[in-house]
Ligand binder design. Structure first.
Ligand SMILES: *Cc1c(COP(=O)(O)O)cnc(C)c1O
Length: 209
């Protein structure tokens, strides 16, 4: 079986929780909101070399510079323009920014992400940007109860990745699976699972974070 990276989704939890998780052996942390993530990166500056910070939430064009300067990965690229800005703004002294294209794999009207049919063209263009490294695809499938129903969208994302690779790309990453569906995602080839609740406990959005 493929090796699977645990991305601990620390949104709404404080830097102490991240420090504790790092002490327990975790290295990769995911944030949804740019400002919240940067505040934690700053507070945990002493651990910067030991941690990998991933942006997994929607990104607005006016926040790309901060992300290009501070994060290691972005999973939520949903348009070429965003990738072009990140590439232009990625500082030369840092390694290329590692990115995934977000795909609206369940075709939900309310979800962000590229439609599957748009992915090949955007992927070719992003793969050619100098300061980014296109690693793969990310999805947040529609919730489903049964394991088999959970597996279907993850399988579709894997097949899309395989088709892109057959077309000449070399994508090694499938960022899929959260607390509720990570088993299904791993069975379908996830290489990064993004897990919040199952690592840190239930989130509380009402305490001002
Ligand atoms: C919050 C979030 C997660 C983690 O969700 P859990 O259900 O708490 O595991 C994963 N991915 C994205 C994009 C998220 O916003």
């Amino acid at each position: 079986m493929q090796s699977v990276t645990l991305l601990c989704v620390s949104k709404t939890f404080g830097s102490d929780a991240v420090r504790e998780a790092h002490a327990a052996g975790e290295h990769c942390f995911g944030e949804n909101y740019v400002q919240e993530g940067i505040a934690k990166i700053d507070t945990l500056a002493d651990l910067r070399g030991a941690l990998e910070w991933h942006l997994i939430g929607p990104l607005q064009s006016n926040k790309t510079r901060a992300v290009a300067e501070r994060f290691d990965w972005v999973h939520s690229i949903d348009r070429l323009k965003l990738a072009q800005r990140l590439s232009e703004q990625r500082p030369a002294h840092l390694a290329p920014l590692q990115v995934c294209l977000q795909v609206n794999i369940s075709g939900e009207a309310s979800k962000s992400g590229l439609a599957p049919a748009e992915v090949a063209e955007v992927a070719q263009a992003v793969a050619g940007l100098p300061r980014l490294r296109l690693r793969g695809l990310m999805a947040i499938p529609e919730p489903a109860g049964e394991l088999e129903a959970q597996r279907r969208p993850h399988r579709a994302l894997r097949e899309l990745r395989d088709a892109l690779n057959a077309g000449g790309l070399a994508l090694d990453t499938l960022s899929m699976g959260m607390s509720a569906d990570l088993e299904a995602a791993i069975l379908e080839g996830a290489t990064i699972v993004r897990v919040g609740t199952a690592v840190f406990g239930a989130r509380n959005y009402s305490d001002g974070q």
